[in-house]
Design a protein around this ligand. Structure first.
Ligand SMILES: [Fe+2]
Length: 286
């Protein structure tokens, strides 16, 4: 097992000479400890099978959902590329910085993500370090943020960007993951990471309506904070090769996809690791 830290991103490491489908206890313990420390691990050309991907993810915790395609390739090979297409809307929504499942009652702990089909250009995945962003704040702003909470909602983020699904149910919900009929999740803007006890920002495109602010004031405030947090020096963008696997810490990092030509096929596989109710449950679900 060979570990190389990314020099231009203090939160990522590249691991080679390892068989993720056949880890020794010692290798696993090194990987998990490194993951807590770094937050993003990249395994070039790992070529995980479906079962191996989910089995590897389960080492990090229970699954929020097993391996699922994130893809513009539909049934029968149809390429979804038109702007009004519901599949396209979900993918385009992912172009905005976000933490996964902050809109659910329990925020995700992390994800294992692998590349099967990649477009010639674009379709990179970027991550941004919310611990470094917190550390870069001045003391006054840190004090202000430590008192604030915002709602997180997939209705808000997809609605704001014009990506809501084309058909709505009578009760106002939509038939897609994340559009649940419970309350929007209320979360502090500063999260203490349960593995390291270090604070980090918890923001992104799903966050809205900070308690105590008018809607527009909150939106402007969060836009500015997101821009600051995802400043280039705190990000890393991975240019995928077929078979690459990554696992990231969704409590500490935000992520996004870069645009690509959607007439070209792209198929990624995502296994989502569930957060712990002890540390990732929304305040209004306690
Ligand atoms: Fe995501």
């Amino acid at each position: 097992m060979h570990i190389r830290d990314l020099t231009y991103a203090e939160f990522g490491s590249v691991i080679t000479e390892i068989d993720l489908g056949n880890l020794s206890l010692e290798e696993w313990e090194r990987i998990y400890s490194l993951w807590n420390d770094r937050a993003l691990l990249i395994f070039p050309k790992a070529f995980l099978t479906k079962d191996n991907q989910d089995t590897f993810a389960k080492r990090f915790g229970a699954l929020e959902f097993p391996r699922t395609a994130i893809s513009n390739v539909g049934k029968g090979g149809k390429i979804h590329h038109e702007s009004g297409d519901d599949v396209v809307k979900v993918i385009r929504g992912n172009e905005g910085w976000h933490h996964d499942s902050t809109y659910m009652p329990v925020q995700a702990k992390g994800a294992v993500f692998t590349a099967e089909i990649i477009p010639a250009e674009g379709g990179l995945t970027g991550w941004a370090d919310m611990r470094a962003a917190y550390d870069a704040l001045d003391n006054d702003l840190r004090d202000t943020l430590s008192e604030l909470s915002a709602y997180h909602s997939y209705y808000y983020s997809q609605g704001r960007d014009g990506y809501l699904p084309s058909s709505q149910n009578d009760d106002g919900t939509y038939n897609a993951y994340g559009f649940h009929d419970g309350e929007a999740s209320l979360r502090p803007l500063v999260k203490v990471h349960p593995g390291t006890n270090r604070p980090n920002l918890l923001i992104g495109r799903h966050a809205h309506d900070i308690i105590g602010m008018e809607a527009q004031e909150s939106e402007d405030f969060l836009d500015e904070l997101n821009d600051f947090a995802c400043f280039e020096s705190r990000t890393y963008f991975h240019d995928w090769e077929e078979g690459d696997a990554v696992v990231w810490d969704n409590r500490r990092l935000m992520h996004r996809v870069t645009p690509y030509d959607m007439t070209q096929p792209r198929r990624m596989w995502h296994t989502r690791i569930a957060g712990s109710p002890d540390s990732e449950l929304a305040d209004n679900y306690r």
